[in-house]
Design a protein around this ligand. Sequence first.
Ligand SMILES: Nc1ncnc2c1ncn2[C@@H]1O[C@H](COP(=O)(O)OP(=O)(O)O)[C@@H](O)[C@H]1O
Ligand SMILES: [Mg+2]
Length: 628
Amino acid sequence: MPPTRATTKERSAVRTLLRLWPYVRPVRVRLFAAASVAIVASCTGLVIPLVLKWMVDGPVADRDPGGVWLGALYLLLLGFAEALLFGLRRWLVARPLSHVEASMRAGLYAHLQRLPVAFHDRWASGQLLSRATTDLMLLRMFLAFPLTFLLVNGVTILVGVVIMLAQDWTLGLVILGPTVPVMWTCVIFEKRYAKVARLAQDQVGDLTTVVEESVLGIRIIKGFGRHRSQARAFRELVRTLRGTELRKARMLATIWGVIVTLPEVAIGAALFWGSVQVAEGDLSAGTLVAFLSTALALRWPVESIGFLLAMSQEAATATERYFEVRDALQEDADSAAAERGPSAQFPAPLRGTVHPPVGERPDRGAGNCATSPNAPAPAPDNDGIRFDSVSFRYPDAAPDSTPTLAHVDLHIRPGESMALVGATGSGKTTLTALIPRLHETTSGRITLDGADITAMPREELRALVAMAFEEPTLFSASVGENVLMGADDNAGEPELARALAVAQADFAHTLPQGTGTQVGEQGLSLSGGQRQRLALARAVVGRPRFLVLDDPLSALDVHTEAAVEAALRDVLTDTTALIVAHRPSTVLLADRVALLSGGRITAVGTHHELLRTNAEYAHLMSGEDHRR
Ligand SMILES: Nc1ncnc2c1ncn2[C@@H]1O[C@H](COP(=O)(O)OP(=O)(O)O)[C@@H](O)[C@H]1O
Ligand SMILES: [Mg+2]
């Protein structure tokens, strides 16, 4: 686990929270209406002491029962109005705020979809999950409650203080005595609480990551009998989080103590001083009653300030965490510049080292200018796939490490299928990922039919290139939906059937509900080979011009593989393909083979040529044979 990071950067909670405005704007009218209603309701409460004063100094002093009954009726009506208004406020805010939460969540999800792979490589999934759930819930609660009540209680306190000063200004000053120490405590508290709140929310993210990993890796944990150590590690994280939460509770207790005690002492002092004045005849009993009941009515608004501030701090932290993700640059924003901005300040959640954004790397070679999206794209011709002195280094690799790919030159002719062979870790997967721009080349350029891929809109590029990866991923949807993801929207049953046939995935028709059977996490579990074949069907269903297959047949038995190859050969006649392969049988499917070694393409030729002329190739192929 990466250590949890408390970023102790100073930030203003108010400025952070102001970033929520664009989301709150659509519901601002209701929110302001709700706040106004709450202010009126709260101030209604402050009229009650004035009625009491009138009762004590009037009907009670005059022993007039009718007047007392009338006063009681007024009090009842006031109480009723207050309750009604608070109810109205709740009704006003509930719906618009769930709308704010929903739109923020949808925005985050859409953004996550558009972030480059390099971003997802760096960020732990639990951190993203916790931001989309816990943090957004905190924000909704903040908008519903503390935001309104900080305002409402502030106004109520102000009005109450004015009323008290108007009743008797000396008593008012006694009550106002603790203001300065209370405010000072609040300021100190805010700063400290902000740090601990951030720590706690980051730790929730780590916890989410561990839960997620152990659910996904449950077979490995069980298979290796690691459930005890896993549970121990989890308990450790839980204990850390509990420690942080206790620190929060202690801070809250301290500020609560100060905020409750000091005003109580002041009220006691005012009671004493007021009684002396009443005894000496300087003050009417009704005024003292009104004064003290106003002071008591202000107890809740004052006491609540502590936890309202705490909740606001948590909301500010949540906002900060939310926008760390939202500020990360999307793929389309700028072709080569990966994440910059606030996310670059927090790569630590993620892996620890700060690295310069890809596009701004000083070591980008002169060839770089050719990859500029501004360069005029040559007219498309029938040229196939061309790698032109392509170098690549992972964004999180040390700047002085040797690049994963260095000056790769490779030409795959139109309609040709090229096998890519290389030892494990030689960079085959990396090279294939460059074609649909899942990663950006560090230097050099890649062209498809003569068009520079960086000059094309990504959507267009990815419509041209279809991929199947080593690790076949199926989503929680039907088999048909999973496969048809690879085609445009008007593809239907015939395309699906053809793709399943090519990928030798006809087993799909015999599943309980045929191609409508649900698969993925929420559905039926399939074997590795079955999943690979569906992923392959997804790659070929759209009849792509360019097909990139990263070792798509590794989990198939030899006979199925041969059948897939025979069917693929038909598809590949009008498709330009790059196929990562390990076994000679897969390599034989291709027209030519390229050998990747030491980050470069060291040999290109037919399987038989390379077997004869290249010792490394012969070794790789024979090694594979032995394994079988
Ligand atoms: N996301 C990544 N970030 C940093 N390094 C990576 C990443 N993915 C792969 N690598 C490194 O790049 C090298 C090539 O990996 P890869 O292309 O997956 O090899 P192959 O597919 O040929 O087995 C390996 O040394 C691997 O450690
Ligand atoms: Mg690989």
